[in-house]
Ligand binder design. Sequence first.
Ligand code: NAX
Length: 332
Amino acid sequence: MTEPINVVVTGAAGQIAYSLLYQIAAGTVFGPQQSINLRLLDIPPMMKVLDGVVMELEDLALPLLREVLPTAEPAKAFENVAAAFLVGAMPRKEGMERKDLLAANVEIFKVQGEALDKYARKDVRVLVVGNPANTNALICSHYAPSIPKENFTAMTRLDQNRAQAALAARLNVQVDKVKNVIIWGNHSSTQYPDAAHATVELSSGVKTVPSEINDNEWLNNTFVETIQKRGAAVIAARKMSSAMSAAKAAGDHMRDWWFGTKPGEWVSMGVVSDGSYGIPKDIVFSFPVTIKDKRYEIVQNLPINNVAKSKLDITSKELEEERAEANNVLKK
Ligand code: NAX
């Protein structure tokens, strides 16, 4: 067993963290040989709830789990962390407009970016889950200039997993037979779930998903809208937002970042745009990436047709607007 690494989860008393912490402690994210010191950050009113989470973590009796530190102080939570799951965020309340939500979150992610800059390892891998995840990741990176901006990512893996599952259901195959579906853009209803490059493994060989489904109307409209609105559908049914599936996706994202993608496969992650596919630079945009040695590369040269191009424009425009609103807040 290797030396423990420090891993921070923010929003640790919340519902996504409740499922995520088990995965981290059980070894499904950082591997079965990697022992973990957990740092649990939440806000002062949640400290009692967090005590209960700590008790349950103890009661898991998992050998990989070493120290567990519940705290409301970013300076302690981010001390020497190798990986950060930034799950905690200000939720949208009734009557709140997007810019109010952004303003509240800009403040949170500024503080956490500064704490990462000061206390975390310089090679820390940061995954932002809390919404608006893409723009929160951008702000966080901005306030942590000593950490490479490539180390800040936003989660669109839940959208990818949803898309993969929807395609597998439509094709009536096991979910892992479908590969390389892409989520482009923002983790919001403007995201573009794109099955154009996806493949499916059938007994007759590997085929492209569009040729097997053979229904452009379904692929361009029904499928896209179903994935865009899936989060809202879960809320309508459960009266709470996705948590179990969000936590699984966060674990998937970090595990692939840590251990790499399989040959011929890519995954979608919100990363700082380098201008690939004509996307404006310096927004956190979800691209297909391959990962090796804990470094990702944006998959290049995928053909983008006019339908796709117009959808990429919509979601990048929204991210530029979010960035402008965040900058306005920061200037005040
Ligand atoms: P909960 O409301 O259950 O938990 C959030 C926790 O964060 C609370 O315990 C709260 O006290 C804490 N928190 C608030 N401000 C904090 C701060 N400054 N520092 C530390 N902790 C703080 O929400 P949950 O369902 O766990 O969702 C968490 C976030 O994930 C939300 O922003 C949600 O919108 C977002 N999601 C993102 C997804 C994605 O794919 N990127 C999908 C699922 C989810 O909707």
